[in-house]
Design a protein around this ligand. Structure first.
Ligand code: ADP
Ligand code: MG
Length: 234
């Protein structure tokens, strides 16, 4: 198994664990403005996806993502199955040459494009798009304009997604089930934007773990010396 393939399998497993840990929180969020199934939908789908990618004989990143997406598609109903699953299947082809800064940006952009093709939501509709759009744009700019490494760029993207999740709270839903509530959806955080953030946080964690660590810390970095005179005693 290639290192990248192993990292992709680990990422799906990490997402499954995180979503399971947040299952009841996601359910609570969806109870407030939907039908209380987002936690269960996502937990069931990602657990099945983790099993499916574990069974792959030669897991390369594109195959791992495609398998996870197909499993989400078949296991998760509602709005989110096709949005998360179908978009992952479609975007997985961008990783056929492996994971580089360039293919990661292409993957993120294609994923977003597909979610928008399928769901027709825009920023401000109070959906997962409110987390995804700032995240994907920040990721692309951080790589292409600011010359950051993919992991640094992903950290920026996660921060942008977090702000996107906060942005869903005060706005009114105009797509998905929550839109049936009209103004009563105001004041509640969107479940799909929240699960999108959890997924991205896990990707960042796994990506950080899989980047080669610097060989060794220089000696002086391990035991900082305190200059004389700066130690105070009460
Ligand atoms: P359902 O709404 O069918 O019960 P879930 O509860 O699993 O499905 O997912 C709800 C989430 O799906 C919402 O919080 C929202 O983020 C997302 N969503 C719903 N409709 C759309 C859409 N048209 N475009 C993008 N995301 C959407
Ligand atoms: Mg729901």
């Amino acid at each position: 198994m290639s290192d990248e393939g192993a990292a992709a399998v680990a990422a799906v497993g990490a997402v499954a664990e995180r979503i399971e840990a947040k299952r009841s929180h996601l359910t609570d969020l969806d109870s407030a403005i939907g039908d209380a199934d987002h936690g269960g939908n996502m937990a069931r789908g990602w657990a099945a996806a983790a099993e499916a990618v574990d069974d792959l004989e030669d897991p390369e990143p594109a195959a791992v993502v495609k398998t996870a997406g197909k499993t989400l598609l078949s296991e998760v109903g509602g709005a989110s199955g096709p949005l998360f699953g179908g978009s992952l299947v479609f975007a997985s082809t961008e990783l056929e040459e492996g994971i580089t800064a360039e293919t990661a940006v292409a993957f993120a952009e294609t994923y977003l494009e597909k979610v928008q093709d399928r769901g027709d939501a825009r920023v401000g509709d109070k959906t997962m798009i409110d987390a995804l759009v700032p995240a994907v744009h920040t990721f692309k700019k951080s790589v292409e304009v600011d010359d950051m490494t993919p992991v640094e760029a992903l950290a920026k993207a996660v921060a942008a997604a977090e702000r996107g999740v906060d942005f869903t709270v005060p706005i009114r839903a105009s797509k998905g089930r929550a839109s049936y509530l009209g103004w009563r959806s105001v004041g509640h955080q969107d479940p799909g934007a929240t699960s999108t953030l959890y997924i991205m946080e896990e990707l960042l964690d796994v990506a950080t773990d899989n980047v080669d660590a610097p060989d060794e810390l220089p000696d002086h970095a391990e035991s900082p010396t305190i200059p004389d005179g700066e130690v105070t005693e009460d």
